[in-house]
Ligand binder design. Sequence first.
Ligand code: PBG
Length: 329
Amino acid sequence: MSFPLVRHRRLRRTAALRSLVRETVLNREDLIYPIFVTEGSNVKDEIASMPGVYHFSLDRLEEEVRDVVDTGVQAVLLFGVPESKDAEGTPAYDPNGIVQKAIRKVKGWAPELVVIADTCLCQFTDHGHCGVIHHHAVTGDAEVANDASLELLVKAAVSQAEAGADIIAPSNMMDGFVHAIREGLDANGFEQIPILSYSVKYASAFYGPFRDAAHSTPQFGDRKTYQMDPANLREALREAESDIQEGADMLMVKPALAYLDVIRMLKENFDLPLAAYNVSAEYSMVKAAAANGWIDERAIVMELLTGMKRAGADLIITYHAKDAARWIK
Ligand code: PBG
């Protein structure tokens, strides 16, 4: 009988040995928590498909912000659900829009908390697209107009920076959005405000629960003319390259779970901080299975988030952030 020459189990024998050789450690500092803010008063409404995630009116937001700070999470990503919408997404760049008001409040309550503003138009347009709609001169088909949308996006970003946002995160996938926003921010004295670009954002079915929550489902067509085809990997390099040329400070891959190879590839090719967005349906699937008693929620969440970090994410935007931070503690 011959004995194994190599014994992998030696380093797995005790918890202390395992932690000594652990390669990936998830920190509270890696996590970013998304928050949905809405008009009205005394609103704390749970989003049906996202148990544990709520719409907050501004008068109920402080308790949530204090809770986030209490967990040790250092950054939040704000999404606004406005009262009214129009074709140009005007409430997205209203200095008194819901997001702008929320940013001022949050910075007042928790000046140290990093406030990231999602910069997009889809929650604010009545047609639900991430830009303005033009009609093709010949066919009459509705198209999301790239350059006309950029101007509005810049206005939104500048108004968010004026309100006190620490980071601008453009998510609408128009070509040139990073360059346009960088110029707009710099021209208004915000040259110190970084841009976290949703560089590689796929046209994904995993945004479904978010769109219910943010009331941002497109009223016609889909987002496939501006978000990426889930089948493509090399195209992600081109998206990231152009964002870096345009002045992005951080990159993002979204969604995360079905795109760990994309995260790994960006990590190997670029040296900018890299965020992964663990999106709404990834959260909903875990919550649904946990509610049925089919999985161990805590173990599954920690394994998923650790997997995203191991793949190469420096930062993870996740609806599990508060829970995970508490578990890490
Ligand atoms: C806005 C935006 C979306 C998400 C983040 N920002 C929706 C979309 O692109 O349709 C999705 C986030 C999630 O699913 O958790 N463009």
